[in-house]
Design a protein around this ligand. Structure first.
Ligand SMILES: [Fe+2]
Length: 437
């Protein structure tokens, strides 16, 4: 049993490191050290920070081994230095950073053979290892977002996502019956503190889009003057729209009568039936109002994603409790774009809601708070220090998110003005009287 767990942990660590290596080997030294946007760290900072977190938690805490480089802890503490300042720090250079992460990894693989995986909550069912795998995967998604902001010739390539095979999803709604469901989890072994504990939430009947809002739908909002009509926007959203000069999703530009976008260095016409991506919360909210709808709440999103009306149970994923497979959702950077609506019929929820997991993170209209009974574990800086009204929640993961860091319970958060992340949305509305039950 624990030897299965140990080999699974080793395989996840190795698979994750292959992705980190791909993202950092794809560019030259100058590109690793350069800051591609004030919102992002230099890639070489992410790389050594990945190793430093692994050293802190696995080498020193779990393994009780000697420090590899305690002199650099402060440099790679995300709370000590905001991203915009990181290029000015005396960081490890690319050669040193690569050597550092591989030294740390060798020690971790060595201690993984012998360290007890029980007796301490931190190691129970491999949690600390799962946390570090997820941490590295989260930085891999951040590094992919940095790649998207980088200028210059393309360095990443991947096959196109599968085609849409379920017709008629765009503009279709699914009605979700009212009543209680279980939100959050007590049982998912690698679920992080903010996904816990499981609790009952009574959600009135509502309708939610069967698929994320597409580029084609979003273009209609733009064409209808959506960006010039204050009444679709919240006061804060409108102030931001004016100040930032927003006119379309990030990376879009006019192309004759239509639009083109640039993705990972390649510019092409916008594909109408793909989920829109690189929009901020305020843009999502304005679109929803224009469409006569609203954004779903976090509880609505999770109920649409996990609730099985046949059993009354909440599942780990829309498709059930089984692990992700590539035919169920666009995760894992297998494709470097969202897939068209209708591309993942095997990933639909029992209620018939598609593409909740993968493709694009979905903004929901809920501030970031702990669930009732929340307890920070193993450190407050993972999520508790972010609780409050400044952040909005995103759900479901994107094409840039790895399956190890994505579940029906997984919660992401960011400022409502952010759109360098792979963020999209779907809309919802209250069920009409008589439509609910
Ligand atoms: Fe981090």
């Amino acid at each position: 049993m624990t030897s299965d767990l140990r080999s699974r942990v080793a395989a996840e660590l190795e698979r994750t490191r292959a992705r980190t290596t791909l993202l950092t080997d794809a560019v030259d030294e100058g590109d690793l050290i350069r800051q591609h946007s004030p919102l992002m760290s230099p890639l070489v900072w992410d790389l050594a920070h990945i190793g430093n977190q692994e050293e802190l938690w696995l080498v020193r805490d779990v393994g009780r081994r000697e420090a590899v480089r305690s002199d650099i802890d402060e440099l790679y503490d995300a709370f000590k230095h905001p991203r915009r300042d990181r290029p000015t720090l005396p960081l490890l250079d690319p050669v040193e950073a690569r050597r550092y992460v591989s030294t740390v990894r060798d020690k971790v693989l060595d201690l993984l053979d012998t360290v007890p995986l029980e007796g301490r909550r931190l190691v129970e069912r491999g949690f600390a290892f799962g946390m570090i795998v997820q941490h590295e995967q989260q930085h891999d998604e951040t590094m992919l977002a940095t790649h998207q902001l980088r200028t210059g010739s393309p360095v990443l390539a991947a096959p196109a996502p599968p085609a849409g095979v379920v017709p008629g999803l765009t503009g279709r709604e699914v009605r979700v019956p009212g009543g209680p469901f279980t939100m959050g989890t007590d049982t998912d072994p690698w679920a992080l503190d903010n996904e816990r504990p499981a609790h009952q939430v009574d959600v009135p009947a509502f309708a939610i889009d069967a698929a994320p809002v597409t580029n084609g739908e979003y273009e209609a909002f733009i064409a209808d003057g959506g960006y010039d009509t204050p009444r679709w926007w919240s006061p804060q959203g409108w102030a931001h729209r004016v100040e930032a000069g927003l006119v379309a999703p990030q990376h879009w530009r006019r192309d004759g009568d239509g639009w083109a976008y640039t993705r990972f260095g390649r510019t092409t016409p916008v594909i109408a039936d793909e989920p829109v991506v690189h929009v901020c919360f305020y843009e999502a909210q304005a679109y929803a109002r224009w469409a006569g709808k609203r954004l779903p709440t976090e509880a609505e999103w999770e109920k649409a994603a996990r609730f099985d009306p046949a059993t009354g149970r909440s599942m780990r994923f829309p498709w059930g409790d089984d692990e992700w497979t590539p035919d169920r959702a666009n995760l894992g950077q297998l494709h470097l774009a969202p897939a068209p609506v209708g591309a993942y019929p095997r990933g639909a929820s029992p209620l018939g809601v598609h593409q909740l997991v993968g493709d694009v993170w979905e903004w929901v209209d809920t501030d970031f708070h702990g669930y009732p009974g929340f307890a920070a574990f193993p450190y407050r800086e993972y999520s508790e220090v972010f609780f409050g009204p400044e952040y909005r929640i995103l759900r479901g993961g994107s094409f840039g998110t790895d399956a190890a860091a994505c579940r029906g319970t997984f919660r992401n958060w960011d400022y409502p003005i952010r759109r360098q992340i792979f963020s999209g949305f779907r809309t919802a509305r209250d069920a009409a009287p008589g439509e609910g039950s």
